[in-house]
Design a protein around this ligand. Structure first.
Ligand code: ADP
Length: 465
C-alpha cells in the first residue's frame, strides 16, 4: 500500500498489523530455536518456562490483533491516540517478553540479547523520538535489572554455557562491560534508526500535503470545468433550437447549398453537445461525494444497454450476442451508470469493428462479484496505446484514423464508475484481431464512493487503473 495516501493514523495502524505479523514469526522462532537447542545442540534449557513465555507472546498478540480490529471497525475518532498507545504497549510487552526469555536461557551470556536492537528499530519506526528513547531506557533498565538480580543471586541464573566457567554471572568486570556495550548499542540504534525514520516521516508529510493540495486544485479545476461546460451546453442547445426550424424549412425553402451548410452546422453542434455532455458527466462523478445506489436487475440493465446499440449493430451488419450466466440478477449499485458503462463498451465495440464482425456481451457470476465482458472482432488497440485508453481524452492512433468522432471520455467515465463501486475495469486487445473489455463489480457495492482499485488482476494485460 502506498503510505503517502494514508492518513497518519492509518499509517500507524498498518504498521501495527505489520508488528503483529512479525510477532507471530517471533513466537514460532522461539519454539523452534528452543527445540533445536534442546534436541540438536543438547543445551540445558528451562524449556517449560521458554515455551510458556512463547505461548504468552502468542496470546497477547492475538488480543492485540482483536483489539485493533475492533477499534478499527468501530471507526473511533480517537484511533490515532489509541494506535499510538497500543504501539507503546506492544513494544513494552515485547521488551518484557524478551527479558523473560533471556533470563531463562542464560541471561546476559545469551547472544540473543542483541535482539533488543530490533525492538529499538521497531520503536523508532513506530513511535516518536521521545517515546523511542523512553523504550530504550526501559529496555536498559530491564536488562540491568535482570543482570543485577542474577549476579546478586536474588534470581537464579540459568547458565547455558557448556563450561561452567563461561557463566558471566561470576565475572563482574565482564558483566559491566556487557552492560555498557548493551546500553550504548541500544541508544545508538535508536538515534540512527530515529534519524532515518524522522527524515522519512518528514518526506511522507510533505508528500501528503502535496497530495492534498493537488486534490484541492483538481477539485477547483473540476468545478470550473463544470460551470463552463454547463454554460456551453446551454448555448449549444439554443443554437440547435435556432438551426432546427431553418433546416426543416419552417423559415422558408432552402437552396441546396444553404441546406448543406445548415446541416453541417447542426451536425457539428450535435457532436459538440455529445462531447460537452460527456465532459459534464465525468466532472460530476468526480465531484460527487457519493453515488445514488440501490438494488437492481443487472440482467435488465444489460438488456436495455443492448437495446440502445442494436440499431447501430444492425446498420453495420454486426452480429450482437448477449448471454447472462446462471445466478446473475440483482446487484447493488448505481444502475444508470452501470447500464451506461455496458452501453459504452458495446457502442465502442460496434464503432471499432468493421462491417460483418461480431460483438459479444457476456455476464457471469463470480461468487461475491459479477463479471461483465464485452468482446469484439474489431480493429483492436495497438500495444503502446493499451495502457492509456482509460485516461481522459485518450484515443488510440488507429481509432482516430478510422473514426473521427469520439470524445476519449467514455472509458474514463467507465473507470470512475468501476472505482466508485469498488470494482475493477481492464482490457485485453490484439491489434487487428479484436478487444475484450471487462468490468468486475461486487454484488453488494458496500461503500460506493470510497476509492477502490481500478486496476486489473495479475496476469492480464491492463489498461487504466
Ligand atoms: P472514444 O469516444 O474515442 O471511443 P473512449 O474513452 O470510449 O473514447 O475510448 C478510448 C479509446 O479506447 C478509443 O478512442 C479507442 O482508441 C480505444 N477503444 C475503446 N474501445 C475499443 C474497441 N472496442 N476496439 C478498439 N479500440 C477501442
Amino acid at each position: 500500500m502506498d503510505d503517502t495516501n494514508l492518513k497518519p493514523a492509518e499509517g500507524l495502524t498498518e504498521r501495527l498489523y505489520w508488528l503483529i505479523r512479525l510477532r507471530w514469526v517471533a513466537v514460532g522462532g522461539v519454539f523452534f530455536t528452543a527445540l533445536f537447542a534442546d534436541k540438536a545442540l543438547h543445551i540445558p534449557l528451562a524449556l517449560a518456562a521458554l515455551y510458556s513465555i512463547a505461548g504468552a507472546l502468542g496470546v497477547y498478540n492475538l488480543l492485540f490483533l482483536l483489539y485493533l480490529a475492533w477499534f478499527r471497525a468501530a471507526a473511533r475518532p480517537d484511533l490515532p491516540a489509541l494506535a499510538n498507545r497500543l504501539a507503546n504497549a506492544q513494544i513494552a510487552m515485547d521488551l518484557l517478553g524478551l527479558t523473560a526469555l533471556l533470563h531463562f536461557s542464560g541471561g546476559v551470556e545469551n547472544p540473543f540479547a542483541y535482539y533488543f536492537v530490533f525492538h529499538m528499530i521497531i520503536a523508532s519506526v513506530l513511535l516518536s523520538r521521545r517515546a523511542s528513547y523512553l523504550q530504550a531506557t526501559f529496555a536498559v533498565f530491564l536488562f540491568l535489572l535482570m543482570a543485577g538480580l542474577e549476579y546478586s543471586g536474588v534470581w537464579t541464573h540459568y547458565c547455558v554455557a557448556v563450561q561452567a566457567a563461561g557463566c558471566r554471572r561470576a565475572d563482574l568486570i565482564n558483566l559491566l562491560g556487557v552492560a555498557a556495550a548493551f546500553t550504548s548499542t541500544l541508544y545508538i540504534a535508536v538515534y540512527m534508526a530515529g534519524s532515518v525514520s524522522l527524515k522519512l516521516r518528514e518526506k511522507e508529510a510533505t508528500l501528503r500535503a502535496a497530495n492534498l493540495l493537488l486534490n484541492e486544485k483538481d477539485r477547483i479545476k473540476s468545478n470550473y470545468v463544470l460551470r463552463v461546460s454547463h454554460d456551453i451546453k446551454d448555448h449549444l442547445a439554443a443554437i440547435q433550437a435556432c438551426l432546427d426550424p431553418v433546416l426543416h424549412g419552417l423559415t422558408g425553402e432552402l437552396k441546396p447549398a444553404q441546406e448543406n451548410l445548415i446541416r453541417r452546422s447542426y451536425e457539428r453542434t450535435e457532436k459538440l453537445t455529445v462531447f460537452v455532455k460527456a465532459l459534464l458527466e465525468i466532472t460530476r462523478i468526480k465531484l460527487s461525494q457519493k453515488m445514488e445506489t440501490g438494488p437492481f436487475s443487472l440482467r435488465k440493465a444489460a438488456e436495455s444497454a443492448v437495446n440502445l446499440v442494436e440499431e447501430r449493430a444492425k446498420a453495420k451488419n454486426i452480429k450482437l450476442n448477449f448471454a447472462v450466466g446462471p445466478g446473475v440478477d440483482v446487484i447493488v449499485g448505481a444502475q444508470i451508470y452501470i447500464e451506461e458503462t455496458i452501453a459504452n463498451f458495446l457502442s465502442n465495440s460496434i464503432k471499432y469493428t468493421p462491417e460483418g464482425g461480431s460483438v459479444d456481451l457476456m455476464i457471469g457470476d463470480a461468487g461475491a462479484s459479477v463479471l461483465i465482458r464485452v468482446s469484439d472482432t474489431g480493429m483492436g488497440i495497438p500495444k503502446g496505446d493499451l495502457p492509456h485508453i482509460f485516461e481522459e481524452f485518450y484515443r488510440a492512433k488507429n481509432a482516430k484514423a478510422a473514426e473521427r468522432t469520439g470524445t476519449g471520455l467514455g472509458l474514463s467515465i467507465a473507470k470512475e464508475v468501476a472505482k466508485r463501486h469498488n470494482g475493477r475495469i481492464w482490457a485485453e486487445s490484439q491489434e487487428g484481431k479484436g478487444s475484450i473489455f471487462y468490468l468486475s463489480l461486487p454484488k453488494e457495492a458496500a461503500e460506493p464512493g470510497r476509492s477502490g482499485d481500478a486496476g486489473s488482476p495479475p496476469g492480464l494485460r491492463v489498461s487504466g487503473g
